[in-house]
Design a protein around this ligand. Sequence first.
Ligand code: ADP
Ligand code: ASP
Ligand code: MG
Length: 418
Amino acid sequence: MKVYKFGGASVKDAEGVRNLKRVLETTGEKDLLIVVSAMGKMTNHLELVVNAYLNKTGELPLLLVEFRNYHQTIMEGLFPNSSHPVFSKVKNLCDTLENFLETNRSTKHSFVYDQVVCFGELVSTTIISQFLNDNGFSNNWLDVRTCIITDASFRDASVNWEETQKRIASAVNKKGITVTQGFLGSDSENNFTTTLGREGSDYTGAIFTYCLNADSLTIWKDVPGVLNADPRYFNNPKLLHNISYKEAIELAFYGASVIHPKTLQPMQRKEIPLFVKSFMNPDQAGTCVGKGVTLNPETSCFILKRNQVLISLSSLDFSFMMEDNISDVFRWLHKFKMKVELIQNSAISFSVCVDNKFDRLEELLVKLRERFRVEWHEGVTLYTVRHSSREEIDAFLKNKEVLLRQEGGDTVQVIVKD
Ligand code: ADP
Ligand code: ASP
Ligand code: MG
């Protein structure tokens, strides 16, 4: 059997859902577990719902109507009969969401967030599973929350592999087609919904692939595969036909957002191939991430992470930055959920580039200022360049204001002020 994952861009409208069916026709696979994300930008939309709800901004009713209408339009494009049961199934899900918002008493942002954003995936898979059932692809709809068991770190949950493995083995039939949600899990103590981090559906695909010992995982994207440079910022990127797990982990970790970084480890552990392919051209080979070849074609790779924060610390009395100081810094970075991208230290200073994913920079800075002289730059870009020549890098950096540069092996990283 194989695992497929379809992201929001692939199912953003009725035509996208019909195209998903065409992908299944083209590949001809019969035994599949299909992981699907929320449609289009619905997770972003549900984030607005959470904020409107918790901050009582008054926009909540309109946002909820927009959520219903978006899916209503897609369903009308897929199910000509307006009394089709799918309409009431989706209505029930939307009612459940609104009921949660009315009865909930928790003000904990991350908890509320997960209980709300999950409806994007629950609705999308309900529609897609029904459409496939009606059109020759009989399948089972699986509530992924009964399988993927996590801790209670809402918005950034960690998987309990042992329990998840057991649940998946008993819930998933390896024959035929199963349709399930990406991104979601549930916590082992209270069965509340959890999420695996934004863009986490690729990772869901890898969890199922690993636990089912599937033959491969294919993530269907709006690009031909993994490219040697981010197509949003570089012209004429080249398609990478084959890359090793290690290369893919490096690229994904430093910003090749075409693959969620957590996806690669489970694939590598069992040496199962990961394909990244275009949902518009499903018969093209795309990229294969696997054992063997490091990088084919051999070419330089340019990736970037925007909107990072560079923090530079030195001791207040110009004493050395030693283990005790630095260990406190790491404790706080962990506490405020900063994702560390790069570190550099010298005798009297310590610089760290972080992703302020959970909007907790102010709290961190308050803590740091108690102990250190602190300088920081927000909105900087971290570029990672691999397998490149000095001339190429110098040409690339011309006219850029470089705040920090670090080289090691075949990788050059620079932090640039935008
Ligand atoms: P999904 O629909 O699964 O959520 P994403 O939008 O998260 O897909 O990922 C696909 C996008 O990743 C592409 O549209 C592209 O803009 C971006 N991207 C960034 N870096 C790369 C890269 N190196 N190769 C291909 N795509 C990349
Ligand atoms: N729907 C979720 C998000 O947009 C998960 C995913 O798409 O991978 O973050
Ligand atoms: Mg995505």
